[in-house]
Design a protein around this ligand. Structure first.
Ligand SMILES: *Cc1c(COP(=O)(O)O)cnc(C)c1O
Length: 386
């Protein structure tokens, strides 16, 4: 029963809506990641900070030894503040501004994942001004589809991300010409919420082909970075609280041919933090419509935007009622028709004041909160601090 997972009495006294993080589950997830990744030589795991940058979450992840994968200067700052060592910070992003590049240079980060030649030239120029040599990896668009929502595929030729594969040799040659950058790796990321290992296999095959081509030109990079994207079971947060990291890392170990001395880097976001977080909200009103019943709650898409943005499913549980289930549309208070968490789902009969847990909300939840409608940002509470 899910209710046992929540310290309901303590949660009752907090102002809703808020995020609740099960730090025990987070630590267990991180142990599993380390155990499964370290079975394979040369595997290095980073955490994609954009999934959740709550300082306490970041600190727990840093303590587990993961690196930080950042997509903005703000994330680099958050990572440094959380104690991530500079040599474990990587920085990707299709539009890096000068101050962000300078921040990365000043902090001697491990690597810039570069997405175009103009960007490479700017990094070279800014590094020259500081008398530094920036380590760069090229983000290549592998034109590999992923069986996931169209808004979260990133590795197709039509997407804005990365450099086209056929330009790989040109950009590497260009980097050799520029004195203040050094190409150390290749970077890929095909999308998010991927559960079909065949998609990662397709990426491995593509990386192998590209490495063969580099070999023909006597080029060898130090590392390959395959991004993140491993999905979680949104339907069964209780039954499958920890994603299948074994299958994930084993797929790469089996299919991706690392060259001598190469390291293989991963950037996992969702799979690390999604299941440990729940958005806790209170039922405000039950409205009996002509056709159905609405449970109107005090959280809205300003607190968790995934259902509105990607039609994402999140399991919802009433953690304060044992009454027989009834069907509801669970909706928020925002003045937008998309402010709906779920339609016609069965939850234990709810009344004003009940606490509902919107599950699997640890990734792309709190971090995407907004103040639309002049709402307050939700707080985040850790289970071991209540
Ligand atoms: C978003 C992102 C990730 C993490 O993706 P998840 O699906 O959360 O694992 C990793 N790398 C890059 C470059 C990203 O943009």
């Amino acid at each position: 029963m899910a209710k046992g997972l929540f310290p309901v009495e303590k949660l009752q006294s907090l102002e809703t809506p808020f995020y609740y993080y099960d730090t025990e589950l987070l630590r267990k997830t991180l142990r599993t990641i380390n155990d499964e990744a370290h079975k394979h030589e040369g595997f290095v795991v980073h955490y994609a900070v954009k999934a959740n940058a709550n300082p306490k979450i970041l600190r727990i992840i840093r303590e587990a030894g993961l690196g930080a994968d950042c997509v903005s200067g703000g994330e680099i700052e958050a990572s440094i503040k959380a104690g991530f060592p500079h040599e474990k910070i990587v920085y990707a992003g299709v539009g890096k501004s000068d101050w962000e590049i300078n921040l990365g240079l000043d902090n001697d980060i491990f690597c810039f994942n570069v997405e175009s030649i103009p960007e490479l030239e700017v990094i070279n120029e800014l590094a020259a001004a500081k008398g530094k040599v920036a380590r760069v990896a090229f983000r290549l668009n592998p034109n590999v589809g992923a069986h996931t929502h169209a808004n979260i595929t990133t590795g197709l030729a039509e997407n804005k991300f990365g450099i086209a594969m056929q330009d790989m040799l040109t950009v590497i040659t260009e980097a050799e010409r520029l004195p203040n950058v050094r190409c150390v790796g290749l970077h890929f990321h095909i999308g998010s919420q991927i559960l079909d290992m065949g998609d990662f296999e397709a990426l491995c095959n593509r990386v192998n082909e590209l490495q063969d081509e580099l070999e023909r030109h006597r080029i060898r990079v130090e590392h390959i970075n395959v991004g993140g994207g491993l999905g979680v079971d949104y339907g069964h947060p209780n039954r499958v609280p920890i994603p299948d990291f074994k299958a994930y890392f084993d797929t790469y170990a089996r299919k991706l041919k690392l060259r001598n001395g190469q390291t293989l880097h991963f950037e996992l976001g969702r799979a690390v933090v999604a299941q440990c977080g729940s958005l806790i909200t209170r039922t405000l009103y039950i409205k009996e419509g002509a056709l159905k019943k609405f449970a109107i709650v005090d959280a809205g898409f300003t607190d968790l935007i995934r259902p509105a943005l990607y039609q994402a499913y999140h399991k919802i549980e009433n953690i304060t009622s044992e009454e027989a289930p009834e069907a509801y549309d669970v909706v928020g208070p925002i003045c937008e028709s998309t402010d709906v968490f779920a339609k016609q789902i069965d939850i234990n009969r709810t009344k004003r004041g009940d606490l509902l847990a919107i599950r699997s909300a640890g990734a792309y939840g709190e971090i995407m909160a907004s103040q639309y409608n002049c709402r307050k940002l939700p707080s985040g509470y850790m289970s071991d601090e209540l």
